[in-house]
Every structure is written in structure tokens, then in C-alpha cells.
Design a protein around this ligand. Structure first.
Ligand SMILES: [Zn+2]
Length: 223
């Protein structure tokens, strides 16, 4: 933990540098030129999942990897802001259709041991970025982040490293439980599950199943 903390302080001492092209002509760790080049994901994996960028794009891959090593809120805010219209357009359509009054962002939980090792949950960093963007547009909707509502009970193999599709599904079956707090959320609540990457959608589906009484969608940075 302390090594990570020192690492972060050390990083903060240096001027920002683009993690993709290494240019120092930037105010955060990704330059405007590289943000423009990030490939948008056009696959609709499941109708309720919105994945913004294409994971096979090497530049997107670098951003996701960076987020696993450094809780770079500024970088995430920049790449989300670049597609702000897409994100707010997607949410606005859903909340109008279901007459939603309340949005609860649920970052995909990581196992406690991984949290201790890393010091943060990368999905929570993305959730903070999403909340910031939505708050600027949806003035009459309450938007909150509930990180504690779903728990991950067992440490699993990393989904992206499992090549067999069926095994990937089995890897995440029954690994999440809720704390019971979701039952107290008003009926007109929209649950938005947040994750960095989705492959088959298996993890998101497992969390989706925890909220049988609410409208549920998911946002991921990449697919
Ligand atoms: Zn760059």
C-alpha cells in the first residue's frame, strides 16, 4: 500500500504526459489529439449494455491498463467528456421512457484482497466521471454512487484471460450478493452498473440479476 502511495506522489510531481504518444503538450495524461483517435465501439452486445470505446484499439487498451495502475480521475473525466453527448443522450432516453427520478451508479465490485492490493476500485473512478457528466445535464434527477450495495464474495480468474466462452460464464456465476439496501431504493430508480471492460457481459449479467425490482442498465468504458 505504502509503495503505491509513494508511487502516486512521485507521479504527481511530474508534468502531465500523454500515455499514448508521450507528448508533454497536455494538461492531463492523455492529449487531445489522442483522445480524438480513440475508436468508438459500434457493437451492441446486449441491448441494456452501452460500451463506449473499442477494446481492440491499442490506444483504448493503454487507457484501461493505465487505470488499473493509477486512479487517474482526470484522464477518465477527459475521455468521458469527449463523448458527453453520447452518454447523456443514452441516459436521457432511458430516464424519459421509464420516468426515472433517481439514478444509482453501481461500480462493479472487486474482491477485498484485490482492493487492498490496488488501493482503489477502477470502476469507481469511472462512476465518478459519469456522475460528473450527468450532473451537468440532468438537473432534476438525483444521482449517487453506491459502492457498497453489491459485494464480490470470491476471487475469480480474470475474465479477459479465459479464452473459453462457456468457462467465462461459469467463472462469475453466483459470485455477487447484495447487502439488502437495494430493496429500500424507490421504484423509479435506474441502476447503472459501471465497469471498465466487458467481454461476454457475464459479470454484468450477474450483477443485473441482483436487482429484480428496478430498471437496470450498464455502462463500460470498453468492449
Ligand atoms: Zn497523445
Amino acid at each position: 500500500m505504502i509503495t503505491r502511495l509513494l508511487e502516486k506522489i512521485f507521479t504527481a510531481l511530474f508534468p502531465a504526459q500523454c500515455i499514448i504518444c508521450h507528448s508533454e503538450e497536455t494538461s492531463c495524461n492523455i492529449c487531445q489529439n489522442c483522445i480524438q483517435q480513440l475508436t468508438i465501439n459500434r457493437d451492441l452486445q446486449l441491448p441494456w449494455i452501452f460500451s463506449l470505446y473499442h477494446y481492440k484499439d491499442e490506444r483504448v487498451h493503454i487507457c484501461i491498463h493505465h487505470l488499473k495502475n493509477y486512479p487517474d480521475e482526470l484522464l477518465i473525466h477527459e475521455i468521458l467528456s469527449h463523448k458527453k453527448l453520447m452518454i447523456t443522450g443514452w441516459i436521457t432516453g432511458i430516464i424519459t421512457y421509464y420516468q426515472i427520478k433517481n439514478i444509482v451508479l453501481v461500480p462493479t465490485p472487486i474482491h477485498h484482497s484485490r482492493f487492498v492490493d490496488r488501493g482503489y476500485n477502477q470502476s469507481e473512478i469511472i462512476a465518478k466521471g459519469i456522475r460528473k457528466i450527468l450532473e451537468q445535464t440532468l438537473l432534476n434527477i438525483s444521482i449517487s454512487i453506491h459502492s457498497e450495495i453489491v459485494r464480490k464474495n470470491k476471487k475469480t480468474e480474470k475474465q479477459a484471460l479465459i479464452m473459453d466462452r462457456e468457462k467465462r460464464f461459469k467463472n462469475v456465476v453466483n459470485i455477487f450478493t447484495t447487502t439488502g439496501r437495494e430493496a429500500k431504493l424507490p421504484a423509479q430508480t435506474l441502476i447503472v452498473i459501471i465497469d471498465d471492460v466487458t467481454t461476454t457481459g457475464g459479470t454484468l449479467q450477474e450483477i443485473y440479476n441482483q436487482f429484480p425490482y428496478h430498471h437496470v442498465v450498464a455502462f463500460t468504458l470498453a468492449h
